[in-house]
Each structure stands twice: as structure tokens, then as C-alpha cells.
Ligand binder design. Structure first.
Ligand SMILES: Cc1cc2nc3c(=O)[nH]c(=O)nc-3n(C[C@H](O)[C@H](O)[C@H](O)COP(=O)(O)OP(=O)(O)OC[C@H]3O[C@@H](n4cnc5c(N)ncnc54)[C@H](O)[C@@H]3O)c2cc1C
Length: 425
């Protein structure tokens, strides 16, 4: 039995839903592999368009990054708008950038439409640790405003300190189109919406083999699903099921801790705004409060996604550096999760063998883009592939170093950028 990781989230969901294991040979229009945000958003958007969908999940709904992440609704992609504009042609860059706020809108729409109780809070801050980063945020604001976000405000160091009780930052960009959620509750709400629309979800039903053909088949240990289309949404957890797409990116781990619930005095001191926060470092730290008033603090990257031996030893010093007030605070939960890093930092959407689609590689920021991904996939399968193709046409550059050296080379590159952040150059 594959259980949720031992996270704060898994301990704070009201009723643990149980979906059955697949024990039959069935047929449908679209079989989705993986019940994270990519798979659930695909299933939901497809079911809304009348497709008969089946979702196969190896473990539990939200088992992967979806049910373990920082819960931060961060707009756009892991690549900044200016890089997209300079790297891709005008038409493609515009098509990509026109969608940068859509994932967040989809989330807010789903919460409202399906009445999903997932502790949603409005407002997210990007904080600058040095003047160079602050200047970068000012540029960032201009870029996002050009694409229609009029809910952005620059904050100086004093304003930041009033919102986040620390003097660590030189300033920040506040995005009121960002915010935070309990990601596992959102995933469970979306799963319920899929089944309410007639979709089927099977847990403990890992796909072990794909049979290509006019009607591809996903085989599990005890059953199979024959479909018109397969959608692979296993992201960093897909393993060896489809090496042709796993080889395009590398899994990376990042760690989160949840403190004990904080006193009213500490709450007012450290995060009176209740915004979520991420800093601008290459290896960034991110934090926010939970609904029951814990600080959830994440950071660091383990290239290759090995599980670190002592998560608290990695994260506590970062947390106490930002908030010395929390020195010695109790840590109730600590966990790790894997995201999928691409060389371009842009997500990878595409298809192979005519009818097998994939959505993956959000490179650390995937809460919003996964929701966009599902919508674009549903558009593509109903004959409107233009927006899906804006992503699918991007070249999927593989990491230098091949199978053996891609991870150490990437870790070395990250160490260099980390040093630059520390030296503020
Ligand atoms: C610790 C952490 C913190 C993060 N914080 C943030 C954040 O604050 N904001 C943000 O925007 N992004 C964040 N991210 C990234 C974000 O969580 C991911 O990009 C996003 O959740 C990816 O969703 P997904 O559905 O593509 O993949 P996942 O959520 O990983 O889901 C993949 C699912 O597929 C299943 N699966 C895999 N193989 C098979 C198979 N063969 N058969 C059946 N099922 C299979 C897995 O069990 C898993 O449930 C974070 C990631 C991590 C790890």
C-alpha cells in the first residue's frame, strides 16, 4: 500500500478519501496517468467537455509534489518573461506570456465553482535579499504589468518588515493575484469534482506498461485501461514508464518543515500579513502560515532527488536566519518532495505515437502551470491545439552530461549561482 508521505498536509485533511484499485479491463476516451495537479486538471477539463476519463494513480491522489508543496500560487513559469521574450520569436513569446496568469485564475475559478475548502489566502510576496535582486523585481513588475497584472506593488524594506517580521529583506514585490492554498485539500477537491462529472479515479493502480497502438492501453498490476488517448502526468515520479520523456529532465528534491502552532504574539511578529513569501535566490527559500497557524518553511534543492538524511538540519538554520524569534521552536512535521527540472526551465508538453500526450517539467513552480496544462490539453483534444502547441513547439533541450553526469553538472552550476547570490553579483 503506497501511503502519503508523513507531511503536515497528510495529517490535516479531514476525511482521507479512498478511491478503489483498478481490478478490471476497462475502456474510456482518455486515460490519465498520475493524480497530481497535471492529471487532475486534465481530467477535470476533459470531463467538463464530455470526455469519459479514467485517472490511474500509483499511490494516493496528491501523493507527489502536488500534495507536498509549499502551497504558493506563484504566477507565470519558472522562466521570467524577459528571458522568454529574448529567447523565443515574437509570436511564440507573446502566446506563452499571454497565458502567465491563467493558471492562477483557473485555481480560483475551481475553488469557487466546486466550493473547495482549501484554506485559500490572497497575496504573495517575492522578497529581495540585496539591491540587485530588488532592481530585478522592479523590472519583473513592469514585465508582468505589460501582460495585464494590475495588482502588483513594490514594497520598501520598512513595508516588508511590517508585513513579514524580519529585517532580512531590502524590499519586495507583492502580487495580489498570487496567494496560497493547502495543496492536498485542493487536489482532493478537484478529484471529487472529476468523479462528480462521471470520471473514474483508481488509487494503488500504478501503470507498469504502455501498449502503443490505435487505441493505446495502460496496464496496471491487476487491470488495464484501453483509451483513445493516454496522458502521462507522472512528472518527477514517472520513473521508467516512458524513458523518452523522463530523459528530458531531472528530478530534484526540496524540503519543507512545519513548526508547532505559533502563539498569537509570534504570529503577529513574524507574518501579520498572512501572505506567502519566496525569496529571489537561485536556490530559494519559501514560507507561509498554515490555517492552523504553523509556519511552513521550505528551501534548498537536492539534485537527483535523493532523500536527505536530516531535513530539519537543512531547513532550521535557514528559517532561524530569517526569523531569529523562532530559535528553538518545535518542528512537528518535516518532509521532502520531488519536482522535475528542465534545462530551459520551461514546462514540457507534447505527444508521441499520435495519441500519447505528456505534461511535465515545471521546474519548481508548478501549482499554477499544471492547472493551465490540463486546460490546454483539453483544448488540444477538441481540435484547438494552438495554445498547447505554443509549449509543445519549444525544443526540449536535454541536460549536458548525459545519464551519468547531468546531475553533478547541474549541481555544480547551481553552486555557482548560489555563490553569486551570496556575493550579490
Ligand atoms: C516540496 C515542494 C514544494 C513546492 N512548492 C511549490 C510552490 O509553493 N509553488 C509552486 O508553484 N510549485 C511548487 N512546487 C512544484 C509543484 O508542486 C509541482 O510542479 C506540481 O505539483 C507538479 O504536479 P504534477 O501533477 O505534474 O506532478 P505530481 O504532483 O508529482 O504528481 C505525479 C503523480 O503521478 C503519479 N505517478 C507517477 N508514475 C505513475 C504511474 N506509472 N502510474 C500511476 N501514477 C503514477 C505519482 O504517484 C504522483 O501522484 C513544489 C514542489 C515540491 C516538491
Amino acid at each position: 500500500m503506497n501511503k502519503h508521505t508523513d507531511s503536515y498536509y497528510a495529517h490535516s485533511i479531514p476525511n482521507v478519501s479512498e478511491y478503489p484499485q483498478l481490478q478490471d479491463n476497462i475502456e474510456c476516451d482518455v486515460c490519465v496517468v498520475g493524480a497530481g495537479f497535471s492529471g487532475l486538471s486534465s481530467a477535470l477539463h476533459l470531463a467538463e467537455k464530455g470526455f469519459k476519463v479514467v485517472v490511474l494513480e500509483n499511490a494516493k491522489v496528491g501523493f507527489g509534489a502536488t500534495g507536498r508543496n509549499g502551497g504558493q500560487i506563484v504566477n507565470s513559469y519558472s522562466r521570467d518573461v524577459d528571458v522568454i521574450e529574448s529567447r523565443y520569436g515574437d509570436k511564440q513569446a507573446k502566446a506563452l506570456c499571454d497565458m502567465i496568469f491563467e493558471g492562477g485564475d483557473i485555481i480560483r475559478g475551481l475553488i469557487e465553482k466546486h466550493n473547495i475548502d482549501c484554506d485559500f489566502k490572497q497575496g504573495g510576496m517575492f522578497t529581495a535579499l540585496n539591491i540587485k535582486q530588488l532592481k530585478g523585481l522592479e523590472e519583473h513588475k513592469k514585465h508582468w504589468e505589460r501582460y495585464g497584472n494590475d495588482q502588483l506593488t513594490m514594497m520598501d524594506a520598512n513595508e516588508v518588515e511590517a508585513a513579514v517580521g524580519t529585517s532580512a529583506y531590502k524590499g519586495a514585490l507583492l502580487d495580489m493575484r498570487g496567494g496560497h492554498i493547502h495543496p492536498l485539500k485542493l487536489a482532493l477537491g478537484e478529484a471529487a469534482a472529476v468523479t462528480a462529472l462521471g470520471g473514474q479515479i483508481f488509487e494503488q493502480s500504478g501503470v507498469t506498461r504502455i501498449e502503443k497502438g490505435a487505441n493505446p492501453v495502460a496496464h496496471t498490476e491487476k487491470g488495464s485501461v484501453k483509451a483513445k488517448y493516454l496522458v502521462l502526468a507522472g512528472n518527477a515520479y514517472l520513473g521508467g514508464l516512458a524513458p523518452n520523456i523522463s530523459n528530458k529532465a531531472i528530478p530534484c528534491g526540496t524540503q519543507v518543515v512545519a513548526t508547532e502552532p505559533l502563539s498569537e504574539t509570534l504570529l503577529k511578529d513574524i507574518l501579520p500579513s498572512d501572505y506567502c513569501v519566496e525569496d529571489c535566490n537561485y536556490l530559494l527559500d519559501y514560507f507561509r502560515l498554515s490555517a492552523d497557524k504553523r509556519l511552513l518553511f521550505g528551501g534548498g534543492v537536492v539534485y537527483g532527488a535523493r532523500d536527505p538524511e536530516n531535513i530539519e538540519a537543512l531547513i532550521r538554520p535557514k528559517m532561524e536566519k530569517i526569523f531569529p524569534q523562532l530559535k528553538g521552536i518545535g518542528i512537528d512535521y518535516k518532509w521532502t518532495g520531488n519536482f522535475l527540472l528542465t534545462y530551459s526551465r520551461m514546462p514540457q508538453f507534447g505527444s508521441f505515437a499520435d495519441n500519447i500526450y505528456y505534461l511535465q517539467g515545471y521546474s519548481g513552480h508548478g501549482v499554477t502551470c499544471t492547472h493551465l496544462a490540463g486546460k490546454l490539453l483539453a483544448e488540444a483534444l477538441t481540435g484547438h491545439a494552438e495554445r498547447f502547441d505554443a509549449f509543445a513547439d519549444l525544443t526540449h533541450v536535454t541536460f549536458p552530461g548525459g545519464r551519468h553526469f547531468a546531475i553533478p553538472f547541474t549541481a555544480m552550476g547551481a553552486a555557482y549561482y548560489n555563490l553569486r547570490d551570496k556575493l550579490a553579483i
